[in-house]
Design a binder for this molecule. Structure first.
Ligand SMILES: N[C@@H](CCC[C@H](N)C(=O)O)C(=O)O
Length: 260
């Protein structure tokens, strides 16, 4: 059987996209999905995303990490899927779609920048060492010295598999303040089990955490990630973060077919 795929990337967080509106993709085949995401034996990607029909919205997002397991929300993947939906003429410039964490509104600007509304965040756990919240996926956020030379893979894995997060684990973000409205971050992603070049739900969590910690008073925050730049904006009232938007590039890389 031949599968047609499209490869997309958003600030270097890269995804294999499959149009599954006909429902032919073997969704329970974990080994196949991991194989398609493999950078040496497959197509290569941090995850695989299916675009499916939904009776009430423009489309449904089904997200798998590169280990082949279906997972929680992916912010950069969501932005890339919106660009993919536009390429397929499923949508024009504005859309509402459904993902594992609920409804998402998104828009595509003339320059290709995709802005994606993320879930509201009410629970922000602040401790002296770290911040934790769920922005569609679970995120641990920690300020570190010397982010450039920090061993993200080793330290990220030890927190992800440590006693804090148990079997479910978490994505782990290490952060450095650049100025009043700018932060740099590097993320260890659960399900990829490595550092990725960007993480959208992670960038969202870092922006909210830095505001909640008082590291910034801004409600529009620039995030430097290894693969480029993202912007996160929100409204804050009584410790709740609403109208959360993740904005950045989402680009088509190539398409092809693979025999499975
Ligand atoms: N790259 C993602 C996050 C994907 C989900 C994550 N790996 C998990 O399983 O929690 C993003 O851009 O948000």
């Amino acid at each position: 059987m031949q599968i047609e795929f499209y490869k997309y990337q958003g600030t270097g967080n890269d995804f294999v996209m499959v149009d599954n509106r006909q429902g032919i993709f073997p969704k329970d085949n974990i080994e196949l999905i991991a194989h398609l995401c493999d950078r040496r034996f497959g197509i290569g990607g941090d995850g695989l995303i299916l675009l499916e029909n939904d009776p009430e919205t423009d489309f449904k997002m089904v997200y798998y990490n590169s280990d082949g397991n279906q997972s929680s929300m992916c912010g950069n993947g969501g932005r890339c899927l919106v660009a993919f939906a536009k390429k397929l003429n499923v949508i024009d410039d504005n859309t509402t779609f459904i993902a594992t964490d609920g409804l998402h509104h998104a828009s595509v600007a003339d320059n290709g920048i995709v802005s994606l509304q993320m879930i509201d965040v009410e629970d922000v756990k602040i401790t002296p060492e770290y911040v934790f919240m769920n922005t569609g996926s679970p995120h641990h956020i920690q300020l570190v010295e010397d982010l450039e030379h920090y061993n993200v893979k080793e330290n990220g894995a030890s927190i992800r598999y440590g006693e804090l997060y148990g079997k479910q684990g978490s994505n782990i973000n290490f952060v450095k303040k650049i100025d009043e409205t700018t932060f740099s971050l590097r993320t260890y992603e659960r399900g990829v089990e490595d550092e990725t070049l960007a993480c959208g739900t992670g960038a969202t969590a870092v922006a909210i955490a830095m505001n909640a910690l008082g590291e910034t008073k801004a409600n529009s925050i620039d995030l430097n990630v290894e693969g480029g730049k993202l912007v996160v904006s929100f409204d804050k009232k009584d410790g709740q973060f609403t109208n959360v938007f993740l904005k950045g590039p989402a680009e088509f890389v190539f398409k092809g077919t693979i025999e499975i």
